[in-house]
Design a protein around this ligand. Structure first.
Ligand SMILES: CC(=O)N[C@H]1[C@@H](OP(=O)(O)OP(=O)(O)OC[C@H]2O[C@@H](n3ccc(=O)[nH]c3=O)[C@H](O)[C@@H]2O)O[C@H](CO)[C@@H](O)[C@@H]1O
Length: 506
């Protein structure tokens, strides 16, 4: 640990002496906590960080840094598409993906270091349960999809493969996430195949370039954005771990999409077949202001322009047929080869753009009183996971169906969109469709047939409640032998026990 003198000189060099202004009032324990935080901050990096933050904030308010004028849509022929591909092609990609999975070459990597401020729960988002009949949390659903995709590859190729699960956490999420997994016996996965690691935290800075103190002995720190992944991979020697396990392909995804297809064989197979080193799943944007980034080209280079950084006029632009010009909505599902990640981590990480968020950051004033600002007073700097696309030698985009693959949980119930209710409904609507396609008939509590509805929106519950465990079906496969011509009483929960019952009654 640093001594007070060392901390003083470090902070003086960086022009941040005020961080120790309450030092004499602190207990030994409180002082040590502050010294520990200061010891994490390297003086050169700190100087650069505070300078860049203040500069970025002044640029932020001007229009200079905007890319809108240079944005071009991704040409349609460069986007692979689920809806525009025939069954045979989709099967070829899916088979390729399962082959790679069977050879232990595929891993998933979850970005779970965010604070989930909009949802407003005091624990990591993955621990959230959206109120499904099974009560499953997002983490449990994801874990079970990993088990199922392993099983699909095992059955097809007669192997016993592993899809390791890397989970990037932050100071906010590591402890509770670890505990949650332990308390739930890793949801049936082998603990050694679930690798949690922590991203870095960086200080929030005021408009004057000074670090903000959130308590007398605590710097206001925030995770360095999901693009902090690349530094975290190096800090925690994750690329070496991947190499040891012979992992070549990574499916990187964000925590809150209840429909996420873990290690999606079709996406992996598509990217591998195209020889891509980097790829992104996209959906057609639902409406111009939808809070999703758009995949586009700027000066011929692929990149995502985040929803917070695009002008509303640009988002509204339409093509000749009335369709949105920038319609390739980023769903934060990325494909990377290990080789590409290594190159980024070794050569390009320092070139990643710093994105600026101007926020209200609670702080202690000169007298030590806690102030909750009513106006934004602080700058948080973040890197974004997709900012590495520009370094790709072969980038591909893959358009998937929203109703099958994207329903994010961002807001608390009461908000119009992306809530626990919309997430639950999306999953139940999907399982309802799968059950109907498999030939099931739904009955109500009085054993009366429930009329079929072929299109269910996010604003309503499906006419019958049906939840299918990921351990039974990954993308709707294998249900016909269980459900064809069966009467299913709503609410119907198809888990392993129910599957056994159904087999016995066939
Ligand atoms: C920067 C980024 O990817 N933005 C995408 C993200 O936006 P959005 O603004 O929704 O991004 P979130 O803040 O939810 O973060 C996305 C993911 O990154 C994780 N996270 C975030 C911050 C951090 O420091 N560490 C960390 O691991 C979060 O836990 C989450 O799993 O998802 C949308 C789809 O739902 C996309 O359209 C956006 O383009």
């Amino acid at each position: 640990m640093l001594s007070i003198e060392e901390a003083k000189s470090r902070l003086e060099t960086a022009g941040q002496s005020h961080v120790l202004q309450f030092c004499t009032e602190l207990s030994a324990e409180e002082r040590n906590a502050l010294l520990e935080e200061i010891s994490q901050l390297k003086p050169e990096e700190l100087i650069e960080h505070c300078r860049a933050a203040a500069e970025a904030a002044s640029r932020h308010s001007s229009a200079d840094g905007r890319l809108d004028a240079r944005m071009k849509p991704v040409p349609p022929e460069f986007i692979g598409s689920v809806s525009k591909s025939d069954k045979e092609t989709l099967k070829t990609w899916g088979d390729e993906g399962l082959l790679q999975i069977s050879q232990d070459k595929v891993a998933v990597l979850l970005l779970a270091g965010g604070q989930g401020t909009r949802l407003g729960v005091p624990y990591p988002k993955g621990m959230y349960s959206v109120g499904l009949p099974s009560g499953k949390t997002l983490y449990q659903i994801q874990a079970e999809r990993i088990q199922k995709v392993q099983e699909l590859a095992n059955v097809k190729h007669g192997c016993k493969c592993t899809v390791p699960w890397y989970i990037m956490t932050s100071e906010f999420t590591l402890g509770p996430t670890e505990k949650f997994f332990k308390d739930h016996q890793y949801f049936g996965l082998c603990p050694s195949n679930v690798v949690m690691f922590e991203q870095r935290m960086i200080p929030a800075v005021g408009f004057d370039g000074k670090i903000i103190l959130e308590k007398k002995n605590k710097i206001a720190m925030a995770p360095d954005g999901n693009g902090g992944l690349y530094r975290a991979l190096v800090d925690n020697k994750i690329l070496e771990d991947m190499e040891r396990r012979s992992v070549e392909y990574l499916h990187v995804y964000c925590v809150d999409n209840i429909l996420v297809k873990m290690a999606d064989p079709v996406f992996i197979g598509f990217c591998v077949n195209k020889g891509a080193d980097c790829g992104a799943k996209v959906v057609d944007k639902a409406y111009p202001a939808e809070p999703v980034g758009v995949v586009c080209r700027v000066d011929g280079v692929y990149q995502v322009i985040e929803y917070s950084e695009i002008q509303p006029e640009t988002a509204e632009l339409r093509g000749p047929g009335g369709e949105l010009l920038f319609s390739a909505g980023n769903i934060c599902n990325h494909f990377f080869t290990r080789g590409f990640l290594k190159e980024v981590a070794e050569k390009f990480e320092s070139q990643l753009k710093q994105h600026v968020a101007i926020k209200k950051v609670p702080f202690v004033d000169g007298e030590g009183n806690l102030v909750k600002p009513t106006k934004p007073n602080g700058i948080k700097m973040e890197k974004f996971v997709f900012d590495v696309f520009q370094f790709s030698k072969k980038f591909v985009a893959f358009e998937v169906l929203r109703e099958e693959e994207f329903s994010p949980l961002k807001n608390a119930d009461g908000a119009p969109l992306d809530t626990p209710t919309t997430a639950r409904r999306s999953l139940l609507a999907q399982h309802y469709r799968w059950a109907l396609t498999a030939g099931g008939n739904f009955l109500d509590e009085q054993d009366k047939p429930i009329p079929t509805k072929h299109s269910v929106t996010q604003n309503e519950d499906p006419p019958a409640i049906c939840e299918i465990s990921p351990l039974i079906s990954y993308f709707g496969e294998g249900l016909e032998k269980l459900l064809n011509q069966k009467n299913l009483k709503s609410p119907f929960l198809l888990d392993e026990n129910e599957a056994k019952n159904l087999v016995q009654t066939t």
